[in-house]
Each structure stands twice: as structure tokens, then as C-alpha cells.
Design a protein around this ligand. Structure first.
Ligand code: ADP
Ligand code: MG
Length: 703
């Protein structure tokens, strides 16, 4: 029987959370830190010294030897550089354990080794990490020992953001300020702060480590680049919510335990649609913490899997032909005194504040659909968005039957006088209770769905940070709120003006609402008629970041400068090209060194068999036919390999970032597919003992 522990005891035990701060900091320092966390007052160095010292003592008691500024550069993962607490030895040869306020507040990693998209050419290489006191410090335990991790933002010498966190914090300021204006319009004088609440549902695949290590494609690119479909895929729908196998269960148990210790509220776990696919969801938290926690979750999924002789694949599409993985970003707006601005109540038609907020989100999503789409772009996600898989690349909004009815009443009649009420669900069995249904059914095909009191943005890729999506959401909604507040604050008759505003918002932006099947071809045509953008690849999505509209939006809220946006565009193109380049080179390697030699060995065996059988005077026509088929496919592979080598080299010589990315997408990826097709056919013909690595079936069904 495995270890038993009490969740309440271990939860947050490795977090320098409010309870620890209160217990360990002098009263006035604790108060000042709280003011710094709420953004009301800057922290002075003397206080930082006291906090650093308390953190150090706490960390050392928990076995920590090192500290690190933990940050999120634009590489998609987190970065850290560990320093031990030791001071220079004294005369007697003894050392002290030290950690100063300065070391807590500021770090100086070399910015030139992280993606900066040209910012480092214009500015200096120097970069700083700055303590984000709104996200609690924590201790991570792993093979390196215990390390005190301090969440930080990462900026260049001149203050340009080089990370995910800086713009996220800026966007949170923007949405806070504008949301408060909306609340004040409705007479609220008590709320002091509005924060986006975010819950990110994380999907992932688990495979056996020994098998993984035999697949160079998984090792180098995170996804399979070759592989024929096994006889069974996901068609029986027997994996989704299926009983969790022991090996996976024991891994999940460990993941939960590690996450709970770090104060991450791991809540839900289940098998997903594809074989070997699973999901983990936390309880929602404020946007910044949720983003940090999701990074930690991804990190721990990988680490703990390894310990269990498993490997966690976070790639959006590890296997062709079965579902890919995404991340559902649940988003709402919560005030410090507990108001959820997206709570419709039982009779939404009477909830004017809610309808105004809904209209504002509708306007934001309609106006900036291209930006939202861009925020969910990463190389792996191109295999999901716009590629016959959920969700589609077209941004639309699902509001459900009840709200759609209210919206239509407003648009058509100028007034909404009723809300469809939820019915009773009759089970028809006397032993089962009847219960109240939700007012609205769900729609799993919508990329942006209203789900009760939050929006669920389903486009984000499973390996991606949720920061960009939330930066965009926070900022575009802040813009809507600002425009609305600018107008309504001036109104002589608020009720009338507000009513007209809601009607205007719904009328002008209703085209973004779609409650039907988002996977159907009809929707693609319908969306085109409505003028909604359908951006099917990351390369085409990137320019959304630097349209005049986007620059104006982000600059007006101080979320991004134009230079920062341009740098991000550069980084995205570069990242795309690099990833495809790695995939292409891996395919070249695997095809040339593993598959082709294996096929040659097999065809030699076939040829010997043809000879032996013919010599024995029997009919060898079946062997001959097979040999011919194998040889023909081998020839196809050989020539496709030559083409791939050629175009990959050409791609490397293109200097313009966007041209290069397009070339990778249009030419290199096509050549990759052409190499894969004969290889996958060969896999179905060649004796398994010759095939150089585990098949899809081995990977997905034998974990
Ligand atoms: P669903 O079944 O609709 O996906 P769940 O209750 O499973 O909903 O929640 C999914 C995620 O959404 C969880 O991480 C949950 O904590 C989060 N969530 C729930 N309510 C909110 C809210 N008001 N704002 C943001 N996230 C929320
Ligand atoms: Mg969900």
C-alpha cells in the first residue's frame, strides 16, 4: 500500500504564504508587505532586508541551501539560476548563511542569452529580474536539494519586458482600473480592486520512459514525426473518464502531493479522450498566481513522470490521428469584496450590470479576435487550431440559450423582459432524484464559451504559457470598459444611456456569437459571410500583434510598447522556424539512420526468401510482390529524404524572419509529410522485429 498523508497538513507547506509571513515578520513589516502586495505602497529596502532574512530562515529550516529568482522568459518555460546562501568564509574558516533585501528584490541574469527579439541589439545586454511580491515564494525539492524560488519579472536594462509576467501584471492593472469604473457607474463605492480569476485545465499525455527513449522524434521535438495508426485509436470513446490505471494513478498521486505542498490547488483529474491522455485542473486563483501555478504544474508533471519511469508529453499533438492537448483558460473578474462581474444571477435580463459587462466582452472579442487567436498560437498548436480538430481557428463566442434569448429580445424589441428558466431534470427512475438543470447546455466546440459565471477560452496550447492569452483578455476587455465608462460617466440619464449602450453593444457585435457546431464546414462558410477572421496558422496569426489597432490598444494601457510588440513578433517567427527546423532535421536523422537501414535489412531478408523459395522449386510470387512494394516505397522515401534535406538547407539561408517562417510552413512541412507518408506505409509492411522504434500502439496502449 502506498504512503498515506493528510492533504490539509501538507497543503502549502513549502510556500511562504500569508500565514508564514504573519507569523514570522514584525507587525509593521508584515503590514508594509501587504500594502506592497495590494499595490498601495512601495516596499522600502529596510523592510525587504527583514523579509529576506525571514524567508531565508524559514527556507533553511526546510532544508534549503540555495535561492533562485524564478522567471518566465519568452522561451515558453521557466528559468532559474541558483545561488547558495553561503557568505565568504570568515577568518576562522566558518561561513554564514545570508540573504539580503537587495538579493530578494533584484537579480541580474544575462539578458543576451534569452530571446529578446532584437531588443538586445537596440538596448544593452544587461537584464534584471525583479521580485513579484504578489506571487508567493516557495521551496522546490528535487535532486538538487531544496531551493527557495522567488517569482520574478524579467526586464531589459531599459525596462522593456523580456518575459511573460511583466505584461501580465501590467494588464491586470489595466483591467482593475477600468473594471472599478464600471462598478462605480452602478453605485458601488466599496470595492477596492478587481482581479481576473483564472483556472487553467491542463491536458497531457503519458508514455513509458523506456519506449520514449527509443524515439528520437519524441526526445528532440516532443512529438512523433513518424508512426502508423494502430488498429485501435480513440473511436470507442472508452478512455475518456475511464478508470485510471494503477501506474498512472500512482503518478497522479505524487503529482498532487507535490503540487499541494507548493500550494497549487490540484483539484480534478481524469482520463481524456485519446488513449494515454489525461487532464489536471486546479481551483481557480488570481490570474498571476494561476499563471505561475500552471508553469509549476507543467514542470512537476514532467519531473514526477520521470521518477515513475514515465514521460509526460505536453506537446499539443504528440500523435497524428488522435486528439491533441490543449489548455482551457477559465476567466472571470472578481472584486476584493467577492463580486463576480460575470455572474448573471437567476434573471439575467434584469441584471443590467451583467448585461453591460457581457456586451463589453462581446465587443472586445469581436474587435480583437485576431489578437486572441494570436495569443493561443504556438508551433504545436498549429496541429489543432484550423487543422480539423478542436477548437476551430475561428474565434466565436458561445453564450447559450438563455443569454442568447435575452440578447435577441434586446436587439429585436429594444427591451428584455424575461429569462428562460432552468427546468427540472427528470431521470425517469424512482430511485434517482430529480434535480435542477443548468439554464444552458454546454458547447464543447466553441473556442470562447460562457460557462455559467466565467468564460472558457479553449484555444490555448497544452505546452504554452497561459500568460499571453490572459494579457490579451485583460487588455481588450479593459479597452471596452474604458470606452463604455468614458461615455456613460458623462450621461445625464444613466439608466437610459446604459440601456442604449447595451443594445448598441449587442447589435454591433452579435456576429461573434455562435451557438452551433464549431467543427462543421457550414460554420467556416457562415463565419466568412459574417466577416470573422479564420487564421489557420501561427505564421499568419503573428502579424496581429503589430497592427495599428493592436499597438494603439497595448500602448494606451502601457501593457506593451511598440518595440516590445515588435520584439515579440520577431521571437514568434524565430521560434516557429527553429521548431520546424528541429523537426525536419530529426526526420532526416531518423529516416536516414534508422528507418531506411531497417527497411534494407528487411528487404534483404525478403530477397533471400525469394531466392530460397524459388530454389526449392516453390512459388515465391507473394514474397516477390512484397519485395517490389517495399522497394518502391523505399525509393519514394529516399527521394523524399533528398528533397527534405535540400529544402531544410534552403530554409536556413533565408534571412527575413517572416519569409523564413512561411518557407518552413509551406515548403519544409510539405516535404516532411512527403517523407512520412511512405515511411508510415512501410511500418505496416515491415516485420516488427526490424522496425527500429516502438509503434503508436506500443506508446499509447502499453503504459
Ligand atoms: P467546467 O466543467 O465548466 O470546465 P469546472 O468547474 O470543472 O468547470 O472548472 C473548470 C476550471 O474553471 C477550474 O479550474 C475551476 O476552478 C475554474 N473556475 C470555476 N469558476 C471560475 C470562475 N468564476 N472564474 C475563473 N475560473 C473558474
Ligand atoms: Mg472545462
Amino acid at each position: 500500500m502506498s504512503e498515506i498523508f493528510n492533504v490539509a497538513d501538507i497543503f502549502g507547506q513549502n510556500v511562504f504564504n500569508d500565514a508564514v509571513m504573519r507569523a514570522r515578520l514584525p507587525k509593521n513589516v508584515y503590514k508594509n508587505l501587504k500594502l506592497a502586495i495590494s499595490g498601495e505602497k512601495e516596499l522600502v529596502l529596510a523592510d525587504a532586508d527583514v523579509i529576506a532574512n525571514a524567508m531565508k530562515d524559514w527556507a533553511i529550516e526546510k532544508g534549503a541551501t540555495h535561492y533562485t529568482h524564478w522567471f518566465q522568459p519568452l522561451t515558453g518555460t521557466t528559468a532559474e539560476k541558483h545561488d547558495s546562501f553561503i557568505s565568504a568564509p570568515k577568518e576562522d574558516g566558518k561561513i554564514l548563511m545570508e540573504f539580503s533585501g537587495k538579493e530578494l528584490i533584484k537579480g541580474e541574469p544575462d539578458a543576451s542569452s534569452f530571446p529578446s527579439g532584437g531588443l538586445r541589439a537596440t538596448f544593452e545586454a544587461r537584464g534584471y529580474t525583479a521580485w513579484d511580491c504578489t506571487s508567493p515564494a516557495f521551496i522546490r525539492e528535487d535532486a538538487t536539494g531544496a531551493t527557495l524560488c522567488i517569482p520574478t519579472a524579467f526586464c531589459s536594462y531599459t525596462g522593456e519586458a523580456l518575459d511573460q509576467k511583466t505584461p501580465l501584471l501590467r494588464s491586470m492593472d489595466a483591467i482593475n482600473e477600468q473594471s472599478l469604473r464600471i462598478l462605480r457607474l452602478f453605485g458601488n463605492t466599496t470595492s477596492k480592486k478587481v482581479t481576473p480569476s483564472v483556472g487553467a485545465e491542463q491536458e497531457y499525455f503519458i508514455v513509458d520512459r523506456a519506449k520514449y527513449l527509443q524515439r528520437k522524434d519524441l526526445i528532440f521535438s516532443g512529438r512523433t514525426l513518424f508512426g502508423a495508426m494502430p488498429p485501435k485509436g480513440q473511436e470507442l470513446e472508452d478512455h475518456y473518464f475511464g478508470a485510471i490505471r494503477d501506474r498512472i494513478g500512482s503518478f497522479m498521486k505524487d503529482v498532487n502531493k507535490e503540487l499541494w505542498k507548493l500550494g497549487v490547488t490540484a483539484k480534478t483529474q481524469h482520463n481524456e479522450v485519446a488513449p494515454a491522455q489525461h487532464e489536471l485542473a486546479p481551483i481557480y486563483a488570481q490570474c498571476n498566481t494561476a499563471t505561475d501555478n500552471n508553469q509549476l504544474t507543467m514542470e512537476l508533471l514532467k519531473k514526477v513522470a520521470y521518477r515513475h519511469n514515465l514521460v509526460c508529453l505536453l506537446h499539443e499533438k504528440p500523435f497524428d490521428g488522435v486528439n491533441g492537448s490543449g489548455k482551457h483558460n477559465n476567466w472571470s473578474l472578481t472584486s476584493d469584496d467577492g463580486i463576480n462581474l460575470l455572474e448573471p444571477g437567476k434573471t439575467p435580463h434584469e441584471n443590467i450590470q451583467f448585461l453591460l459587462v457581457l456586451g463589453a466582452v462581446m465587443k472586445a472579442v469581436d474587435t480583437h479576435a485576431d489578437l486572441l487567436r494570436e495569443s493561443a498560437s504556438d508551433v504545436g498548436n498549429d496541429h489543432r487550431l484550423g487543422a480539423n480538430e478542436a477548437p476551430p481557428a475561428i474565434i466565436s463566442m458561445f453564450v447559450g440559450e438563455q443569454l442568447e434569448d435575452v440578447i435577441e429580445q434586446l436587439i429585436d424589441k429594444g427591451d428584455a423582459t424575461s429569462s428562460i428558466q432552468k427546468g427540472k431534470l427528470k431521470t425517469g427512475a424512482s430511485a434517482l432524484p430529480d434535480f435542477n438543470k443548468d439554464a444552458t447546455d454546454r458547447n464543447r466546440t466553441s473556442p470562447f464559451a460562457f460557462t455559467g459565471n466565467k468564460f472558457e477560452f479553449r484555444m490555448v496550447g497544452s505546452s504554452d504559457s497561459i500568460a499571453p492569452a490572459n494579457v490579451v483578455l485583460n487588455t481588450i476587455v479593459a479597452e471596452s470598459f474604458r470606452e463604455i465608462a468614458d461615455e456613460l460617466e458623462k450621461a445625464d440619464n444613466f439608466d437610459m444611456a446604459c440601456h442604449d449602450m447595451i443594445k448598441k453593444l449587442f447589435t454591433n457585435h452579435h456576429r461573434i456569437v455562435f451557438n452551433g457546431n464549431g467543427y462543421s464546414d457550414d460554420w467556416i462558410e457562415e463565419a466568412e459571410r459574417r466577416g470573422l477572421p479564420n487564421i489557420t496558422s501561427m505564421v499568419d496569426a503573428i502579424p496581429a500583434l503589430i497592427t495599428d489597432k493592436a499597438v494603439k490598444l497595448f500602448e494606451s494601457f502601457g501593457v506593451f510598447t511598440k518595440a516590445e510588440l515588435e520584439s515579440r513578433v520577431e521571437i514568434q517567427y524565430e521560434g516557429y522556424s527553429k521548431a520546424i527546423n528541429i523537426e525536419a532535421r530529426t526526420m532526416i536523422d531518423v529516416a536516414g539512420k534508422q528507418i531506411i537501414p531497417a527497411v534494407i535489412s528487411y528487404s534483404t531478408e525478403l530477397a533471400n526468401s525469394v531466392l530460397a523459395v524459388s530454389n526449392a522449386g516453390a512459388d515465391a510470387s507473394a514474397q516477390k510482390e512484397l519485395l517490389n512494394d517495399v522497394s518502391a516505397l523505399l525509393k519514394d522515401m529516399k527521394s523524399a529524404l533528398a528533397t527534405l534535406i535540400d529544402v531544410t538547407e534552403k530554409a536556413g539561408n533565408i534571412t527575413d524572419a517572416s519569409e523564413q517562417a512561411k518557407f518552413y510552413r509551406d515548403t519544409v512541412k510539405t516535404a516532411m509529410t512527403q517523407l512520412r507518408t511512405p515511411a508510415d506505409k512501410l511500418e505496416m509492411m515491415v516485420d516488427k522485429k526490424f522496425w527500429p522504434f516502438p509503434s503508436y500502439g506500443d506508446l499509447m496502449f502499453e503504459v
